[in-house]
Every structure is written in structure tokens, then in C-alpha cells.
Design a protein around this ligand. Structure first.
Ligand SMILES: CC(C)(COP(=O)(O)OP(=O)(O)OC[C@H]1O[C@@H](n2cnc3c(N)ncnc32)[C@H](O)[C@@H]1OP(=O)(O)O)[C@@H](O)C(=O)NCCC(=O)NCCS
Length: 163
């Protein structure tokens, strides 16, 4: 997608509902190709608590990608360099949305003098993060509502400004 039609902006509380819907779609439709139905429903259940989700988004810098008034992706960055969430709308896959969001994360990390980003990538997201310079540290399995989900601890070292 041409960068001029994709805007990345800070999260606002009014986005919470749209982000929950996007999260469910990304997990249940896109990640479903790598995880079972039971696993995706444990990861993105029907009863996501809106207040808790909104509090999580508001507790750290969170960014939203938007095109033509539609929210098409979101991500975040915790103060220690942890990238917790990266989700793109099922209808806008492989159009550079996650890449634009990651550029925003890296800009913010640079401004905050962070040298290292790290995340726990799904099987689905691993190729994206590898393409963008992350490397796998180790696989791990997490439990969600009685389901075991495989994911990958990954990291990327950022170049010092001017290096
Ligand atoms: C992973 C995800 C965020 C990627 O978002 P995206 O906007 O489609 O990614 P981009 O278009 O910026 O991809 C950039 C590059 O990453 C690589 N890439 C992305 N998805 C890939 C895939 N499924 N397989 C192989 N390479 C992939 C490609 O090299 C791609 O460039 P190209 O399309 O020119 O070949 C998205 O697929 C998603 O939301 N997945 C489901 C939810 C999920 O698992 N989120 C992560 C939780 S940790």
C-alpha cells in the first residue's frame, strides 16, 4: 500500500472496540492457518474484557494504522523494548501495514535510546519479524485457557544513531 494512504497515529480510547475486533480477526482468520480452532479461540476468546484491553493499550505507547477511515493494524512498545502486540486486519495482509507500524516502533525506540527490541512472535508472525531483522532466541510454549501455543522469543538490535 502506498505510504501516503496509510496513516500511523497514536492509539485513542475510542479505538478500543475496533482493535478488539481486529485482534480477533487477525488471530481467528490469519493465525488460524498455523494454530488449531481450539488454540485461536483460547488466544482470542469471545469474552475479551474491553476495559482491560483498553487499559493495556493506554499503559504504553500504542499505535494504530488507518487507511480510508478503517483501522487496519496496531502495535505497541513497552519502555524496556518489549513489543507486545502486532496485529493486522485479515483484509489488509501483505500490504506493508505491519512494516509501517514497525517503522514507528523503531523511530520511537531510537528516540528513547533503546538499543534492543524483543517480542514473542507467533508461528504466523515469525517470517515477518525475520524479514525485518529480528532473530529467534528460542521457541517457547505458553498456556492460554488450557491450550498450549508455540511461539518464538525474538530480538533485534538497533543501530545507534549515526552508526
Ligand atoms: C504477522 C503480521 C502482523 C504481518 O503483517 P503484514 O502487514 O501482512 O506484514 P507486511 O505486509 O508488512 O510484511 C512485510 C514482509 O514480511 C514478510 N512476511 C509477512 N507475512 C509473511 C508470511 N505470512 N509468510 C512469509 N513472509 C511474510 C514478507 O517478506 C513481507 O514482504 P512481502 O509481502 O513484500 O513479501 C500479520 O500477518 C498478522 O496480523 N498475523 C496474525 C496475527 C499474529 O500472529 N500477530 C503476531 C502476534 S505475535
Amino acid at each position: 500500500m502506498p505510504p501516503d494512504v496509510l496513516a500511523v497515529r497514536p492509539y485513542a480510547p475510542a479505538d478500543a472496540e475496533a482493535l478488539i475486533a481486529l485482534f480477533k480477526g487477525a488471530v481467528r482468520i490469519v493465525a488460524r492457518r498455523d494454530y488449531s480452532e481450539a488454540q485461536v479461540m483460547a488466544w482470542a476468546p469471545d469474552d475479551i474484557e474491553r476495559t482491560l484491553f483498553a487499559a493495556r493499550c493506554a499503559s504504553r505507547p500504542t499505535w494504530v494504522a488507518e487507511t480510508g477511515g478503517t483501522v487496519v493494524g496496531f502495535t505497541d512498545l513497552e519502555p524496556d523494548g518489549h513489543l507486545d502486540m502486532m496485529f493486522v486486519h485479515p483484509g489488509f495482509q501483505r500490504q506493508g501495514v505491519a512494516s509501517a507500524l514497525l517503522r514507528q516502533v523503531e523511530d520511537a525506540a531510537g528516540a528513547g535510546h533503546l538499543r534492543r527490541l524483543f517480542t514473542e512472535a507467533s508461528i504466523t508472525a515469525r517470517p515477518f519479524f525475520e524479514r525485518r531483522g529480528f532473530r529467534v532466541i528460542a521457541p517457547e510454549t505458553v498456556a492460554r485457557r488450557g491450550q498450549a501455543l508455540l511461539r518464538f522469543r525474538m530480538e533485534k538490535f538497533l543501530r545507534a544513531p549515526g552508526a
